[in-house]
Design a protein around this ligand. Sequence first.
Ligand code: SF4
Ligand code: SF4
Length: 407
Amino acid sequence: MRGGDEGDEDEGGCDEGGGEGPSEEGDDEGEIADHGVEELARGPSRNVQKSFKAIRDEDHGEDVAVAEEHEEEVSGYRILHDGCVLDIIVRVQPPRERVFAPDWFYIKQPKKIRRLGRSIIVRDACDFGAWIDRVIRDFVESPENTLRNEADEKAWDDPLVGFSSGADPLYTYYKEDIGSFFLTPVEWFEETFTETEVEAGELTVISWILPHTKATKAEHRLQREMPTERWARARIYGEEFNDKLRRHVVERLEDAGYPAVAPMLSPGWSRETSEKYGFASNWSERHAAYASGLGTFGLCDGLITPKGKAMRAGSVIAKMGIQPSERSYEDHHAYCLYYAKRACLECVGRCPAGAISEAGHDKERCNRYVRATEEYVESNFGFKGYGCGLCQTGVACESRIPPDIFR
Ligand code: SF4
Ligand code: SF4
């Protein structure tokens, strides 16, 4: 697989795109608060328990089992995050005359139950994928998502979110193919949480795509050599937002009791040189997105997603089980017209540096060109920045998977 480069590091052209709720039988649930700790309705369980008592039947001179009914006092708490039930802690107070185990409990279809003395905790009862998806979308809708221009336009359109398992063999393949410096999800986790033991299969890589807005793309399409102000702002301030999103996702997970790390924010993240691919790093947002079913690579190394190639990507690794997203492709170039049909080559014509050819993407040439835009951005737009990404706009894969791929 062509790779090992990472948009966040070398911006390199196309590399601009960087880098359930259980129910307690017997509890009256009532309104679910959006966030926090909610006390369960207290009271007798509607689930009347039967016990059997041996009673001497004097008439017949024998012991018989007689069913007795008991009601139990149920109380506890639900731990809620964004309306999603993460934990239910239930305390069951058995009736005094109860003859069965004192910590008897009844929970409908929990995924995991952990006893805590006389209480139990039901975990993983939440659709974590849906919760994380909402955490990301809500943040993208927040005022943090801004180009910081006069009109305070948003930097990014609605995101795409995908998941892959920490045990996905693609991650070990990346290490073999890109270089031994590349860290797999479990290696990132062990490096970050040195006291915590973890199996690769207990980890989920949460990946997202932040597509450029229509306004940014429409304007940038007309450019031939230098970036527009919106594009350069998205590259600098939009990526600052992407960092805040990485931090936000980690914090939300940790608040909920799930340790998580964003490799791009880690002091352990580093630029590297791949023998096979040149510029590289020890984590790649686009490779995480590929593994998470979000897109495939194009001739210019950018990731072609259902929302196109004009985007940036982000990811977080969490100790949390989430069903991996489907990868509806087998080939890592499946969505590029050049590789699939020997057609297109529009990105070649868009590159002012001559950094893209049928041989692929010349990362060094691209990087030199991108760095040369710094002076232009500062003198024309008044802030320190850079940007190119001309190969990401005005091409067939700019805002979607080229429809010809499916014909
Ligand atoms: S258009 Fe060329 S120089 Fe610009 S980002 Fe793409 S590959 Fe790099
Ligand atoms: S512009 Fe055409 S050749 Fe270039 S990456 Fe997109 S689909 Fe492939």
